[in-house]
Design a protein around this ligand. Structure first.
Ligand SMILES: Nc1nc2c(ncn2[C@@H]2O[C@H](COP(=O)(O)OP(=O)(O)OP(=O)(O)O)[C@@H](O)[C@H]2O)c(=O)[nH]1
Ligand SMILES: [Mg+2]
Length: 259
């Protein structure tokens, strides 16, 4: 991969992509945090533009993790199941508010026998994407365990979480809306942002990854600003106390499911 090549035009994030459901969103602000926008304008984003952010994708076997990544990164869909053995990864380059930003998407195996290999790659994630199949309620139940395992290797106050329901094309609107109620509850309990997608049709796939890129970028810049402000006495970057951001407020409590 040539890191110096310009970012593809369809990977440019100029405005904050919106959440899927406001009931389970990391935040519902219509725009990037103002201190992030001004830091980008003034090119005060520290090392963010040079770093690669790690995103891990976990969940039961055959829920569609690989297909989700392939739909976004390669715009392909394979109807034949080929289990991921251990892990795989894809790199995606974005430009967010004019700053280069790369996501390394780690696609992990859901099969039990590969889990111990996959879990050695969990460490150092900026975001955890937990995938379940919207047509398989057991896979939704298992998301709590997937999260608990991923959080053992990561600092819960420093990662952002997404709960993604896959294979939306296979459910009827009635089945989907019944499942969505349960999924929203799980997402709220985990303090995760909920999305429902179809890798077969592509529904919501691009919007989802743009949201992941934007929120991961935003939290990285805020973390840089906080670190910078700690060094510059009297020049602290204030993060508004009235904001409802989950990842800007007090450190995330351990989700109930992991206690
Ligand atoms: N109809 C439909 N089928 C899907 C969708 N996403 C994945 N599938 C199918 O589900 C099966 C499993 O998909 P994968 O992406 O390989 O599942 P995985 O989660 O990566 O599985 P592991 O690697 O074993 O953990 C394949 O047969 C896919 O074609 C979708 O959005 N719609
Ligand atoms: Mg796979």
């Amino acid at each position: 991969m040539n890191v110096l090549a310009p970012v593809r035009r369809d990977r440019v994030v100029a405005d904050l992509p919106q959440c899927f459901r406001k009931e389970a969103a990391l935040h519902t602000r219509p725009e990037f945090h103002s201190s992030v926008s001004s830091a980008c304008q003034e090119q005060r984003t520290g090392t963010v533009g040079f770093k690669i952010s790690k995103i891990i994708v976990v969940g039961d076997l055959a829920v569609g993790k690989t297909c989700l990544i392939n739909r976004f990164c390669k715009d392909t869909f394979d109807k034949n199941y080929k289990a991921t053995i251990g892990v795989d990864f894809e790199m995606e380059r974005f430009e967010v508010l004019g700053v280069p930003f790369s996501l390394q998407l780690w696609d992990t195996a859901g099969q039990e026998r590969f889990k111990c290999i996959a879990s050695t790659y969990y460490r150092g994630a900026q975001a955890i994407v937990i995938v379940f199949d919207v047509n398989d309620v057991a896979s939704l139940d298992h998301t709590r365990q997937w999260l608990a395992d991923a959080l053992k290797e990561n600092d819960p106050s420093n990662v952002i979480l997404f709960l993604v329901g896959s294979k939306k094309d296979l459910s009827t609107p009635a089945q989907y809306s019944r499942m969505e109620k349960d999924a929203l509850k799980v997402a709220q309990e985990m303090q995760a942002e909920f999305w429902a997608v179809s890798s077969l049709t592509g529904e919501n796939v691009r919007d989802f990854f743009f949201r992941v890129a934007a929120l991961t970028f935003e939290s990285s810049v805020l973390a840089e600003l906080e670190r910078g402000s700690a060094r510059r006495i009297g020049d602290a970057v204030r993060i508004g106390s009235t904001e409802s951001d989950l990842y800007l407020s007090a450190p995330r409590k351990k989700p109930k499911c992991c206690q």
